[in-house]
Design a binder for this molecule. Structure first.
Ligand code: FUL
Length: 490
């Protein structure tokens, strides 16, 4: 009898062990490890600076005299220091905008920074080089660097013909070999139209889909910068969110359909929510300027987004499974303007204060089902990113309840799926136990889905417990993190 009993114990623990070890099967499309690392950056800065800053334009025609570029007190370190204080994890610098002016000493064109009035620090070849300055400052402050290289070039005489495409590929080759590791390469979608084009001053139409030879562009970047994320309307690394307001859709799927997306495509509103049944992983990036324009215009000094507006955008981008790319139009002195810098730094303080103390860290947690000890609900509030709560195979719904030791004020809930195994949750709700009754919170927007990160804001309640119910998923649940906060003044 004793032996039979022992056999059963061993047998049972053998199966428990199996259950513990066996992680859920991934459900594609899946992110590459570099896409996961990129999304963890969450917020990074954009810099639009160039001839347009001095000619007061948004889209230079390509005919402005390089001498017009004449900053009086340029200080690239001041930019990067500001970004660091604003919690930005990287900087994407516009190396060349549509006007074709190169911010580095490109030997391929005379339309470059060495022909300008700028007399700043010199690079290893003794030339002024804004990109080299950005690299140095990024290294000093521990930020990652990225570049924007506009495919449209309104200065180049050969634009619209093959010779320009070869030129563009060579520029890209240079940028991706001479400035160290890049985390992102930004290929905007505004292509073709009228321009100076070496004096021709005409309109040139191009075939958006094929003209630039995107497969070649991607292979250059992948060869020289395998860790870089390639941005365009359709990826392949990350995608435009379909608007320039800094706002992601609800729901927001990190999937696109390979055959339906390409740079400069029409109907880009689909990019806000992605495709629930997509076949490639291309998460959304929300680009927005801290001012109405991408470039500096003195008359916009009174229109800088406030810290509160920026915080709102953080919740509508990072809080909706996207990244937040905040543009700083460097001013005519060559600095991040004092108003922009103050607002950006205060914005970060607001977010840090809002999300300061995770109230669930010490709460008791229980789930409707668990896959075994290694995937227990306790993984949701253990403070670790790569441990997660999972449900057994065949169980694609579930709920998890956090109970406080005493009623606690809350007004934020943050949820994360373990995206290396795919984005799964299709719909969920959150309820709070107040005075013995369960009530659904009101986030003022649909709950949507989750993905890498979802943050809900709702009116403050004093709850004894919080319950997250997942009603629909593409497979067993894999949730790595749930946090709750009580932001002040809300
Ligand atoms: C767009 C451009 O046309 C704007 O000037 C700006 O650079 C924005 C970020 O991308 O495609």
């Amino acid at each position: 009898m004793k032996q039979v009993f022992l056999f059963f114990i061993l047998h049972a623990s053998f199966f428990t062990l199996l259950a513990q070890k066996n992680a859920p099967e991934p459900i594609g499309p899946l992110p590459l490890p570099k896409q996961v690392e990129w999304q963890k950056m969450e917020t990074y800065a954009f810099v639009h600076y160039g001839l347009n800053t001095f000619t007061d334009k948004e889209w230079g025609y390509g005919d402005a005299d390089p001498k017009t570029f004449n900053p009086s007190r340029m200080d690239v370190e001041q930019w990067v220091r500001t970004f660091k204080q604003a919690g930005m994890k990287g900087v994407i610098i516009v190396a060349k905008h549509h006007d074709g002016f190169a911010m580095w000493p490109s030997p391929l064109t005379d339309y470059n920074i060495t022909k300008s009035s700028y007399d700043g620090p010199k690079n290893k070849d003794g030339k002024v080089d804004v990109l080299a300055e950005v690299r140095k400052a990024c290294d000093k402050y521990g930020l990652k660097m990225g570049v924007y290289l506009s495919p449209w070039d309104r200065n180049h005489a050969e634009y619209g013909r093959q010779a320009y495409v070869d030129y563009y590929h060579k520029q890209l080759e240079q940028l991706t070999t001479e400035y160290g590791p890049l985390f992102e390469v930004w290929l905007d979608g505004a292509n073709g139209g009228d321009g100076y084009y070496g004096g021709a001053r005409e309109t040139r139409k191009i075939d958006h889909r094929n003209y630039y030879n995107f497969p070649k562009i991607h292979s250059i970047i992948e060869k020289n910068q395998p860790q870089a994320i390639i941005f365009s309307d359709g990826g392949p690394g990350c995608r435009w969110v379909g608007n320039e307001n800094g706002i992601a859709g609800i729901p927001n799927w990190s999937f696109l359909k390979k055959d339906k997306v390409y740079p400069g495509m029409p109907n880009n509103e689909v990019l806000g929510s992605g495709f629930p049944d997509g076949d490639i992983w291309v998460a959304a990036e929300c680009d927005v300027s801290i001012r109405p324009g991408w470039f500096y215009h003195p008359e916009e000094d009174g229109k800088v987004k406030t810290p509160e507006q920026l915080a709102d955008l953080y919740y509508k981008s990072v809080g909706r499974n996207a990244t937040f790319l905040l543009n700083f139009p460097v001013d005519r002195e060559g600095r991040v303007n004092a108003i922009d810098s103050a607002n950006a730094v205060r914005f970060r303080q607001i977010i840090d204060e809002d999300l300061k103390t995770n109230l669930l860290r010490k709460a008791k947690v229980a789930a409707s089902s668990e896959r075994g000890k290694s995937f227990s609900a306790k993984k949701l509030n253990d403070g670790k990113w790569d441990t997660y709560w999972a449900t057994p195979d065949g169980i694609d719904i579930g709920s998890v309840t956090f109970t406080f030791s005493k009623p606690t004020k809350v007004n934020r809930l943050l949820l994360q799926e373990y995206i290396p195994l795919g984005q799964r949750v299709k719909s969920f709700v959150v309820e709070v136990l107040v005075d013995g009754e369960w009530n659904q919170i009101d986030p003022g927007e649909p709950f949507g889905n989750i993905g890498y990160k979802r943050i809900l804001r709702f009116p403050t309640v004093e709850a004894k417990a919080i319950r997250v119910g997942i009603n629909e998923s593409r497979g067993p649940l894999c949730i790595n993190n749930i946090e709750a906060y009580c932001a002040k003044g809300n």
